[in-house]
Design a protein around this ligand. Structure first.
Ligand SMILES: Cc1cc2nc3c(=O)[nH]c(=O)nc-3n(C[C@H](O)[C@H](O)[C@H](O)COP(=O)(O)O)c2cc1C
Length: 556
């Protein structure tokens, strides 16, 4: 279930999530670039009044001063009837360059927010952000299970290939991805009315102003008391209108300033809801938090790799999934095979056992361990084939087994044999199989054969186990499943010379040559210049598999 919750949304939305993440990476550098270009006065060094005075000295027609959270100051002015906007140095008020927002960045922003569409695109982006929350949470639970519990989250990750890369990257990135996804979902939910928008705390225009002669902007007391780093926006009054006021917006609230007395009028602090909303935006965009922006950007870079490796894992699981032969019903079965598996390889061994038991005339019921029935009325033998996952834990198709076992009623004649699949490199080699064996024993079932542990899917160990089971059951059971069949090359016998037959000490020399026509392109390329033989060196074992049999016999 958890795996489906993680894999399905990832599978469906992989491409769109990659677009969202890569455009997010581009946008994440913007706050850092803006911050590196901006001059940011130390706290207490410059008031809004000082800034406005210096700007007005350079731009007499100033209409508005805006400061971004990154520290960029933009002045909007009117000169000879022509409007303009310049980036200015807040310490001197001098212009740095005309203010021209990048059209390319605007395009990337639109791609990120709405896939270059309007509301439909925005909704899609919001929906994807919510899916990402789901993917992150389910992935975190899966990772905890893989590593053997929450306390083991920082443990080295075992394995190799796509699953290992996916797990390592996900562990590194999950907090950042979750933060981006949660804040993105919140912003979308507010926009589309799914969550309430913060109460509007815009102050109403003051009913009364002094109407006196305007004082120089640098002398206005209300502006003197505000540090420039808190400024968001200062809108100047209409020239020659003594009834108009300055409108001031800061990070903590907004209000108006009388242009004659300098008094702060109708000041409204930002509500808690508005502060919260404001912080959600900052945490998503990194605005004014350039270092966070960069961290989120690096984290978003993992999304294409996570999507790619995730698709790889899905494909591996899909191609290793086994279609079982028809299973006998619980009531009719005289042999039962229960399978515990996480990555599907154990199912391959179970299928081979089922086939061979069927061939020996048995009615076999084969099912996941989680489907343990309360009773198998006719069964005389129960095989449990299980892998171990996490840190000696149950694989996913067996995680309910122990609970179900409590209600299990074994008949008098039911014997069991547990076959564990694991990897000796793990400290708790086949631990879950050992636990299951002990639990079945304590249920009073008779053990047909002691628990056997198979290391890394060894076909040889599986076959040997089958031979022992054969003897117990009195049937022929040649188990041949090999999850990783070795690549073989076909040879034909070209000469046989027998010696020593006359003296009763026969020795034969067999000469083989590779069958040319059976070689695929890869083999043909590999064998070229090697006298038509695969690579070998002295001391190697020579494995011979007779036609129709995958199990090789080894010779020195
Ligand atoms: C994340 C992970 C954790 C594992 N933990 C153990 C373990 O604790 N003990 C063990 O013997 N094998 C462990 N294994 C190895 C598997 O049990 C082994 O590869 C098995 O053949 C997998 O079978 P399955 O694909 O049917 O699940 C682990 C494998 C993985 C990928």
């Amino acid at each position: 279930m958890l795996r489906k919750l993680h894999g399905l949304p990832g599978l469906v939305a992989a491409l769109l999530l990659v677009v969202l993440a890569t455009s997010g990476v581009v946008l994440s550098v913007v706050p850092a670039l803006e911050r590196s270009a901006a001059t940011v006065p130390a706290a207490g060094e410059l008031s809004v009044a000082d800034l406005a005075e210096r700007v007005v000295a350079q731009y007499p027609g100033t209409e508005q001063i805006e400061r971004s959270l990154s520290g960029e100051v933009v002045v909007y002015y009117n000169r000879d009837g022509q409007p303009g906007a310049d980036l200015v140095n807040p310490l001197t008020g001098e212009g740095i360059a005309p203010y021209q927002p990048s059209t390319w960045l605007r395009w990337v922003k639109s791609l990120h927010r709405s896939f270059l569409m309007d509301d439909v695109g925005r909704m899609l982006a919001g929906f994807l952000a919510a899916l990402m929350v789901l993917i992150c949470l389910s992935g975190t639970f899966l990772l905890a299970r893989r590593l053997g519990g929450w306390k083991a989250m920082l443990r080295p990750i075992a394995g190799s290939g796509s699953p290992r890369i996916h797990a390592e990257l996900a562990r590194f990135a999950v907090i950042g991805l979750l933060l981006s996804a949660l804040t993105g979902s919140y912003m979308s939910a507010v926009r589309f009315g799914l969550l309430p928008e913060a109460a509007n705390t815009e102050p109403s225009f003051p009913a009364q102003v002094s109407g006196g002669t305007p004082a120089p902007v640098g002398s206005l007391i209300a502006l003197k008391s505000v540090d420039v780093n808190e400024l968001r926006e200062l809108v100047f009054p209409y020239p020659d209108d003594p009834t108009d006021v300055y409108s001031l917006s800061t990070t903590t609230g907004s209000g108006f300033v009388d242009q004659s007395t300098g008094e702060l009028l109708q000041y409204q602090p930002r509500s808690d809801g508005s502060q919260f909303q404001h912080w959600m935006i900052r945490l998503h965009t990194g605005e004014g938090l350039w270092w966070l922006g960069l961290i989120l950007g690096i984290v978003a870079l993992t999304v294409p790799v996570l999507s790619f490796t995730g698709l790889g894992i899905w494909w591996q699981r899909r191609s290793s999934s086994i279609r079982l032969d028809e299973s006998a019903s619980i009531e009719a079965a005289d042999a039962v095979i229960l399978v515990g598996s996480e990555g599907n390889t154990t199912w391959g061994f179970a299928k081979d056992l089922q086939n061979k038991l069927n061939q020996a005339g048995k009615k076999v019921h084969c099912a996941p361990m989680n489907d343990l029935a309360e009773h198998y009325p006719k069964a005389s033998v129960l095989f449990v084939l299980t892998s171990t996952y996490g840190d000696g834990d149950a694989p996913s198709s067996a995680n309910q087994f122990m609970t179900r076992l409590e209600r299990f009623q074994a008949g008098d004649r039911l014997e069991f044999a547990v076959l564990g699949f694991g990897d000796q490199q793990f400290p708790k080699f086949c631990q879950y199989a050992l636990d299951v064996n002990a639990a079945l024993g304590s249920k009073g079932l008779q053990q047909m054969h002691p628990v056997t542990r198979i290391d890394r899917g060894s076909a040889l160990q599986f076959r040997e186990w089958g031979e022992i089971i054969c003897e117990h059951m009195g049937i022929a059971l040649a188990l041949t499943h090999n999850p990783a069949p070795v690549v073989t090359s076909e040879f034909e016998l070209v000469e046989r010379v027998d010696y020593g037959v006359a003296v009763n000490a026969p020795t034969s020399i067999l000469r083989f040559k590779p069958v040319q026509s059976d070689r695929n392109l890869w083999q043909r390329l590999c064998f070229r210049n090697r006298q038509h033989l695969p690579d070998f060196e002295a001391g190697d074992l020579f494995g011979v598999a007779p036609p129709g049999d995958q199990a090789a016999r080894f010779y020195s």
